[in-house]
Design a protein around this ligand. Sequence first.
Ligand SMILES: *Cc1c(COP(=O)(O)O)cnc(C)c1O
Length: 385
Amino acid sequence: MSTRQMAIMFDESIQMVDLHTQYRRLKPEIDTAIQSVLNQSAFINGPQVQAFADHLAAYVGIPHVIPCANGTDALQVALMALGLQAGDEVIVPAFTYVAAAEAVAMLGMTPVLVDVDPYTFNINPEKVEHAISRQTKAIIAVHLFGQCADMEPILRIGTKYNLVVIEDNAQSIGAQYTFRNGTVKQAGTIGHVGTTSFFPSKPLACYGDGGAMMTSDEKLAQQLKMVASHGQSTKYHHQVVGCNSRLDTIQAAILDVKLKYLSGFTQKRIEIASEYDRSLSSIEEIIIPRVASFSTHVYHQYTIQVKNGKRDALREYLKQKGIPTMVYYPASLERQPAFRGLARKVDHMPVALQLPEKVLSIPIHTELKEEMVDYIVDHIRRFFR
Ligand SMILES: *Cc1c(COP(=O)(O)O)cnc(C)c1O
């Protein structure tokens, strides 16, 4: 079947993420929410911002959610509010989105790279302790692709060395972490502060930029709010040097609508992932994403590993069939020119170095139809036949 025939069959093409179809489905509610902001014209810090923050706090089960302008700011504001200083070291995973290491470096601190687990792609807790020096002040655990990093040993190391633990939860909102004693917590509510992004493709997303920080520590919540608002305690009274990082009222109104659908959206992606699991697990040359025993997976991405150097050939074959894919991420932080000579590493990081050659994320989103999933699976099978 040609790409064109396929487009006719599905009435639309397969996309990595389909924001437009989802919008059309939610249009009446979203349009009403946007219109009410326009009618009130409180574009900055309108009532919808706090309302959304309260609803999100209830959703994840944490007392304080502080909205901000984007997920990268959330990390930066968190580091500032926690009192970290230039020269401090912060441990970050070596294979991840750039934001964590970037926020650290932007503040004159040193990102210290630690290798990741080859099956969950998350920071390997066993490698963390060895990377700690006298300058180390924090660990940023990133919950990559939809499941939690192993927080319990990370918290234990944090306590032992008096480190702050930050969770970058931009990709895994709604995932649940289970402690060894059975206690369950939501991703982003486990460390001292959780950060997230509402970038349009994320699991909880607005129609522009947005982000938030969350904590159960009342004093830290005040500090986060102050730093994100020019360091002011009250208007025009500046206690610390802060920055300007706000969530637009219009975006908050959109997010408040979308939050009601988050569990349903997550469920939909989980169903697609089970179908992929069922259909792809028998292919010898693929490793399907593994879900750790301590976490649920919300499948922000469905990321396979392709063996025997066939990743790029598979990618090209699928492209010919009208199936988009992405390589998240094409290089470990160690190999990014921006961090050369800037990031510190203690050990070799074989997993983080190899994953960029093997990983391939295939379409998974709330608008992906069953026939599309079948079509994708069928072509992956054909490639390996
Ligand atoms: C998207 C993302 C961010 C950054 O979010 P922005 O809102 O784009 O600044 C940070 N960390 C991770 C893991 C992300 O996926």
